[in-house]
Ligand binder design. Structure first.
Ligand code: PEP
Ligand code: MG
Length: 591
């Protein structure tokens, strides 16, 4: 990123939520707020005010339905459904009854009553440490602004659909309805005081591909309409009055990004195949059913790792078998016929449940985690295995166990699966009799007995994040020893090769789903070592595919051969970097 600290310019830093760089005149919204001043009603006026309110509510409902329809048509039903939350605000009887009561009892005008009550609700929601509820506060304010505008008989202060010239919108909190109405031709980008990566506005900005930065605190107060600015949606920066030097540096950054994005877009639907025709299966790692869209949008071949524990962590009670079944089935149905590999619960280590009384341990990563936890907490495991089995009726689910350290654990887990299959047969519940079962290889002991494991499994998936920490005895969470956490350590390279050999000797499939698979620099090494599948974070899938499509299997094998005979992590890494830069230079010169 260019250093935007040149003389005469002002730099604001926030959260980057939608990629891209733009520059132009800014338009500051929200400087003029609607007038909802209190007006005392005379006797008999209250009924009229309540009628006025009801009319405004009906009008608002029509407007929201209209925006929803346009957004659904233009962007898809998922984006359109964001407005369901807005419609719910209009149907919230507790809120509306209270507004009516304030009008009648305090004898005040509808604008004042509505604003006071709704703002109190929104403030309470906004104060809760929960992204979801904070977003509900934004919804509430979005709807309130509309109702007030209708009560006051005004249109949105500035009609964002018909801006006269291209501009960067600066606003306290651009609401989803505002965002949906943005005229893409004239809105270069936007920046807001508040907001988060998961806000609906951020989601829509990404879909509209409008560069955006949120969380800039009080930028609206500091800027004036008409000033010239540059907005960097990659790094979350707004530069006002940028110097020529800054503009020049950003010009170069933009050119590189545009060229790269075009290249990545071009190959989105193409297969991950090397120049000499070797097909690599390129999947994505996900944490919830809703991520299925991202898998497709990034051109992945399926899901190589569904980290099911997030379903358990993000709620204050254990998810039921039925809730799990729905989530797993939904992911599988959304991605059919692409395969979805569900990993059974990997709790412990750094992932805990607040509501489960797990005793604290001296070495949690060496303790009661993953398959060890599940084999003891039979009820929890049973519900999950049944849910996965039932969801497997979709036909494209595979399942794997985390942190298998030896044959005993595998045999016990497999025996339980057989027992629950029996239960489901008796209940006449559908499931895939042929659902493939695999194991994560993430302990050195699993690598050493991989032969025995391979005989009993259909696939392996190497969890390099844990394999590295257990092999090198380097806590993956401890920043003091982070320099010792080396994916290209000769021991890791050799362990991966042993695992590949064991898998292929038994004719089973082998994947890597740890972060090594998300690093384009290491893609050639893993392919050269013989890995069949890479499963990466969804946004990195296009870059990995780009490397694969510019690589020759022969080069990858040469690199792997070198790495297997090399004694130094640094040298292996240097060779990986050299090859990656040589075959895909544009990927590595962007920041
Ligand atoms: C791994 O260990 O590499 C892995 C993919 O599992 P997790 O990161 O969830 O422990
Ligand atoms: Mg792991």
């Amino acid at each position: 990123m260019p250093e935007p600290l040149h003389k005469g310019e002002r730099t604001f830093r926030g959260i980057p939520v939608s990629a891209g760089v733009c520059r132009g005149k800014i338009l500051v919204l929200d400087k003029v707020r609607p007038n909802f001043a209190k007006r005392q009603l005379s006797d008999g006026e209250a009924l009229e005010e309540v009628n006025r309110l009801e009319k405004a509510l009906v009008e608002t409902r029509h407007q929201i339905l209209d925006v929803q329809r346009k957004v659904s048509q233009g962007m898809g039903s998922h984006e359109g459904s964001i407005f369901d939350a807005h419609l719910l605000v209009l149907e919230d009887r507790t809120l509306l009854d209270e507004v009516v009561r304030v009008i009648q009892e305090e004898k005040v005008n509808a604008e004042h009553a509505f604003h006071t009550v709704a703002e109190r609700y929104a403030t309470t929601l906004a104060a809760i440490e929960d992204d979801y509820l904070r977003e509900r506060a934004t919804d509430m304010r979005d709807v309130t602004a509309r109702v007030l505008n209708n009560l006051l008989g005004r249109n949105d202060e500035i009609d964002l659909r018909h801006l006269k010239e291209p501009c960067i919108i600066i606003s306290h909190d651009l609401t989803p309805s505002n965002t949906a109405q943005l005229d893409k031709r004239n809105v270069l980008g936007f920046a807001t005081d508040v907001g988060s990566k998961t806000s609906h506005t951020a989601i829509m900005a990404r879909h509209l591909r409008i560069p955006a930065v949120v969380g800039l605190k009080n930028i609206t107060e500091q800027l004036e309409t008409g000033q010239y600015a540059l907005l960097d949606g990659y790094n979350g920066v707004v530069v006002v009055h940028p110097t020529d030097q800054t503009l020049f540096e950003y010009g170069q950054l933009v050119r590189k990004h545009v060229t790269l994005q075009e290249k990545l877009r071009d190959i989105l639907l193409k297969p991950a195949v090397t120049l000499d025709g070797h097909r690599v299966f390129l999947s994505a790692n996900i944490e919830q059913a809703a991520d299925a869209e991202e898998v497709k949008a990034n051109g992945a071949d399926g899901v190589g790792l569904f980290r099911t524990e997030y379903l358990f962590i993000n709620c204050d009670h254990l998810p039921t078998e039925e809730q799990q079944y729905q989530a797993y089935r939904q992911a599988a149905a959304a991605l059919k016929p692409m395969p979805v590999v569900m990993r059974t619960l990997d709790l412990g280590g750094d992932k805990f449940l607040s509501h489960l009384q797990v005793p604290s341990e001296m070495n949690p990563f060496l303790g009661w985690r993953a398959i060890r936890f599940c084999l003891q907490e039979r009820d929890i495991f049973r519900q999950q295995l049944r849910a996965i089995l039932r969801a497997s009726a979709e036909g494209n689910i595979k399942m794997m166990y985390p942190m298998i350290s030896g044959l005993d654990e595998l045999n016990q887990a497999n025996a339980l699966v057989e027992e629950y299959k029996g239960e489901l047969r008796r209940e006449k519940a559908a499931f895939d009799e042929k659902m493939e079962i695999g194991a994560m290889i993430e302990t050195p002991s699993a690598v050493l007995v991989a032969d025995a494991l391979a005989k009993r499994l259909k696939f392996f998936s190497i969890g390099t994040n844990d394999l590295i920490q257990y092999t090198l005895a380097v806590d993956r969470m401890n920043e003091k020893i982070a320099h010792l956490y080396e994916p290209t350590h000769p021991a890791i390279v050799r362990l991966i090769k042993s695992t590949v050999d064991a898998a292929h000797n038994h004719k089973i499939w082998i994947s890597v789903c740890g972060e090594m698979a998300s690093d384009p620099v290491l893609t050639p090494l893993l392919i050269g070592l013989g890995v069949d599948e890479l499963s990466a974070a969804p946004p990195l899938v296009p870059a990995i595919k780009y490397v694969i499509r510019r690589l020759k299997l022969s080069e990858a094998k040469e690199l792997a051969e070198f790495a297997l005979n090399c004694e130094s992590s640094a040298e292996i890494l240097a060779r990986c970097q050299e090859l990656a830069r040589q075959i895909a230079p544009s990927l590595f010169e962007n920041n």
